[in-house]
Design a protein around this ligand. Structure first.
Ligand code: DQA
Length: 145
């Protein structure tokens, strides 16, 4: 049976393409999601859902809702990565391997982006490869689940 993956995009990622293109690229959100759909298929995974929200509570709600269905999570929690203990606790609570993803190399940017409060409860972290960070995360997860 195919392993089921939940992909989560956090705040402001719906504006990809128009949001700070010098950092995040010119490709829009829908186009990146099309690639994510293709990649999950290529890797023999089932895409449960691609979910985007600008709200912490909604992201936590989605993690809880799909906690008995998902085998793995690929998550770009955006700025929440750096301070949301509530999202960290939600990831730890669902007992599903999660890969933290960032389009940009957060370690080469402002100091406040160097800290991730979710990394310690994730299986791994990929950053700096633009949309290919998602691809690498899916590959890693495929071998990890
Ligand atoms: C980001 C990096 C975060 O620091 C930032 O707040 C984002 C996007 C990335 O994908 O590079 O919203 O997660």
């Amino acid at each position: 049976m195919k392993k089921k993956v939940l992909v989560i995009h956090g705040p402001n990622l719906n504006l990809l393409g128009e949001r700070e293109p010098g950092i995040y690229g010119k490709e829009d959100f829908e186009s990146i999601n099309r690639d994510i759909r293709l990649w999950t298929e290529e890797l023999g995974l089932e895409l449960l859902e691609i979910y985007q929200s600008n709200c912490e509570g909604e992201i936590i709600g989605k993690l809880q809702e799909l906690r008995h269905e998902a085998d793995g999570i690929v998550a770009n929690m955006g700025a929440y990565t750096h301070y949301s203990i509530a999202i960290r606790d939600a990831i730890a609570s669902v007992h599903i391997p999660c890969v933290e993803v960032h389009l940009s190399n957060v370690h080469s940017r402002e100091e406040f982006r160097h800290k991730s409060v979710i990394a310690p409860v994730c299986a791994g972290v990929v950053c700096g490869f633009g949309k290919y960070s998602y691809r690498l995360a899916l590959e890693g997860l495929a071998h990890f689940m």
